[in-house]
Design a protein around this ligand. Sequence first.
Ligand code: FMN
Length: 214
Amino acid sequence: MAKIIGFSGSTVKSGVLEKAMEQVLKSTGHEWELVRLNDINMKYCTGCVGCGTTNRCVLKDDINEILDKILEADAILLGGVARFGKLNALTKVFIERLFPFVHRYMLTKGKIAATVAGGFFHQEVVKDELSSILQTLGMEDVGSITIDGNASCFKCGYGETCNYSAFRAKYGQDAKITDDVFYVFDKDEKAVEKATLLGKKIAEAINQKAKNLK
Ligand SMILES: Cc1cc2nc3c(=O)[nH]c(=O)nc-3n(C[C@H](O)[C@H](O)[C@H](O)COP(=O)(O)O)c2cc1C
């Protein structure tokens, strides 16, 4: 059985991104694991280039273990969310820590990968950023999906009245925050279907690669 590792860059535990990623991973029919980047010990890349000759990071945290996991995995799934109109910081910190792969060998070259982009407004921006990262790492990008999300203004208490409310910006100045405006991934049949299809695409790519190697 193949193994697929997902990396969730959302800081929200069991949030929309995680639910969508779990659906993708489950749908592959293979063994899978979802790593919450917020739960690992991960420092910022210091730019020391200590990884230049060894393709390993010199910082003392969890990242070398993660690099091994990526190398061993048959495919990876990368998920990020929008914050301030761009890919969020935690996901970006993780990407920078993949620098050891790049030197001389591009160890991620040909690795099967797919992405899940979440957000309230800027899912497409996130999707493009994630795809471009896979390209930079020479990965085989088998697909990406965008997923809706909930703005923080839904629950701050002032979403219906605040002049800077993302909720009002999207749904109109007089809109009311009712239960049905909260986005719940499992209730969005189309999104569940998209995620399921992406999982199947990953599995197909793994099968195809195995056939090509025979
Ligand atoms: C500080 C902060 C800033 C955000 N900025 C944006 C943004 O600029 N554009 C956007 O589309 N969503 C923005 N969001 C909404 C998140 O992207 C959304 O909640 C997320 O996609 C939902 O997935 P999650 O439940 O896994 O966090 C922001 C959320 C937070 C907490």
